[in-house]
Structures are given as structure tokens and as C-alpha cells.
Write a protein that binds this ligand. Structure first.
Ligand code: ATR
Length: 270
């Protein structure tokens, strides 16, 4: 049976095994998907042992997405742009690294939340690894403009500079200078981990703004409550999680699972 895993530290709360088990059942694929805890100083050794045992690939979560990028012999275009890898395929000729986070976010916004993205004003809050992983895919959906705001504005500027050639107007600003009345606001900061509501002022919202936090479960709640209280349409990161997993499944198996069914099952179990 083909083996896959999610590799991280910590990894015990990952929902990826449940998601991929549902995908495999739906599509009639025979595969095993496990959790693999890698020591902080032992990521490469963990991967090599797993691949050496005949595994076909893995997902990578915090804090190893940059290490995974370095270990891949080849990168997909979107992984190269993000400088981070969340999906590896152990091909015989060398490991291929992909990054499905951005496509996961965009597919969730477009298909599940039914917002076109094209022609819209998008605010990306944060400029760390999570934001870097999705900016290229957001650009590919051709919004009218994307503004990246961050507590350290130099990181927002660096992120914008590395994506400036892709043909969508980009701007960088401080959190306090975030533009008002956006169509879509994506929170890619880790502030919700600390239970904070929103790193930006409510003026970024207008009635119906899609306000998405990449977190899900109790961690996302303060941001979702803030968005709802100011007229936005709150959305957590569960849809993105399922959609990025579906992109990884496609990268490995060449099949597209029905994500809506899986999202519904996961939501019911949350
Ligand atoms: P991740 O991989 O989750 O993106 P990261 O690379 O450490 O983690 O990035 C964390 C993001 O959350 C950054 O945008 C960070 O802002 P800085 O670049 O200025 O550090 C943001 N962040 C973390 N704590 C924050 C806080 N208390 N207020 C505002 N932004 C915060």
C-alpha cells in the first residue's frame, strides 16, 4: 500500500490523516496516511528514513516548510515563488516540492465562498511564511489590487517586491495604514494564536467583505467574531485546509476528490 504522511513538530493535532483517508475512500485509492513527528533537529533524517522505507510522499507543516524547500531537487513554479514547500513527492529521479497552500486558499474563496477574486480589492494581513505561501496564487486569480500589511512593514515590502513582476498592482503598508473598505481580507498573521481579534482596524471591512482567517477552531474565533460584528462575512481556514489537501492529493495521485463532502464532514466533527 502506498504510504504518505504529514511531517511536522507538533503534528499530533493535524487533521490531514482524516482528510486524506476520506479522499482515498471516495476515489477508491489504496493508501495509508500517517502523522510523523520530526525532532526539530532531525527533519531531514526523518524524511530520508520515511522515503527509504518506500513512502511515496508527504505533507510538511510547521516549522519545516523552508527546510523542505531546500531538500527538494525540483520545485513547481508556485513552490519556487513561495520559497516554501508543503508537499513533497518522492520521485525516483529526485524529490519534487510543491506548495498547495495558495491554491487551497484561492479555491476555497472562489468555489466554496463563491467570490470571484478577479477585479476585487484584496487585503493580505501578515508577511510571514503563511502570507508568502499564498501571495502568488492570489495574484494568479487576477484581483484588481492586493495590499500586504504587516507589523514590520519591511517584510511586507520585501514580499511585494519579490512578486512585483506578476502583473497585478501590489502595495505594502503598515497595519495602521491598511486601505479601507476592501472586498476580501485574509488574516495570515499568527495573532489569533494569542486570542487577539484583529491586527487591523474595522475600517478595512464594508458590508459583506469576506473576512477569512487561515486558522480554524477556537483559534480563529476572535477574528471571526470581530468580522461579523463589523458587517463582514466571516470564514475560517477549514476550507483552505481541505482544498490544499485536495491539491496535494492531485499532485500525488492525479485525481480530484470531492472537497465539499469532506469539508462538511470535518465541519460537523469540529
Ligand atoms: P507563519 O508561518 O504563521 O506566517 P511567521 O512567519 O512567524 O509565521 O509570521 C507571523 C506573522 O504574524 C507575521 O506577519 C508577524 O508580523 P511581523 O512580521 O511583524 O513579526 C505577524 N504577527 C505575529 N504576532 C503579531 C502581533 N502581536 N501583532 C501583529 N502581527 C503579528
Amino acid at each position: 500500500m502506498d504510504r504518505y504522511a504529514v511531517v511536522g513538530n507538533p503534528v499530533e493535532h493535524s487533521r490531514s490523516p482524516a482528510i486524506h483517508a476520506m479522499f482515498a475512500e471516495q476515489t477508491g485509492q489504496s493508501l495509508a496516511y500517517e502523522r510523523l513527528l520530526a525532532p526539530l533537529d532531525g527533519f531531514e533524517a526523518t524524511l530520508r528514513a520515511f522515503a527509504g522505507a518506500g513512502a511515496k510522499g508527504c505533507n510538511i507543516t510547521v516549522p519545516f516548510k523552508f527546510d523542505a524547500f531546500a531538500l527538494a531537487a525540483e520545485h513547481t513554479e508556485r513552490a519556487a515563488l513561495a520559497h516554501a514547500v508543503n508537499t513533497l513527492r518522492f520521485d525516483e529521479g529526485g524529490w519534487v516540492g510543491d506548495n498547495t497552500d495558495g491554491a487551497g486558499l484561492v479555491n476555497d474563496i472562489q468555489r466554496n465562498a463563491r467570490r470571484p477574486l478577479e477585479g476585487l480589492q484584496v487585503l493580505l494581513v501578515g508577511a510571514g511564511g503563511a502570507a508568502a505561501g499564498v501571495l502568488g496564487s492570489l495574484i494568479a486569480a487576477r484581483p484588481a489590487r492586493i495590499t500586504v500589511v504587516n507589523r514590520s512593514v519591511d517584510k511586507a515590502q520585501a514580499l511585494v517586491s519579490s512578486h512585483a513582476h506578476l502583473g497585478v498592482p501590489l502595495a505594502a503598508a503598515t497595519l495602521a495604514d491598511a486601505p479601507l473598505a476592501q472586498d476580501i481580507v485574509v488574516n495570515a498573521t499568527s495573532t489569533s494564536l494569542a486570542g487577539a481579534a484583529s491586527p487591523v482596524e474595522a475600517g478595512v471591512l464594508k458590508p459583506g467583505t469576506l473576512a477569512l482567517d487561515m486558522m480554524y477552531g477556537p483559534k480563529a474565533q476572535a477574528f471571526l467574531d470581530w468580522a461579523a460584528a463589523h458587517g463582514g462575512e466571516p470564514r475560517d481556514g477549514l476550507g483552505m485546509l481541505v482544498e490544499q489537501a485536495a491539491e496535494a492529493f492531485f499532485f500525488w495521485r492525479g485525481l480530484r476528490p470531492d472537497t465539499a463532502r469532506v469539508l462538511k464532514a470535518l465541519r460537523a466533527a469540529l
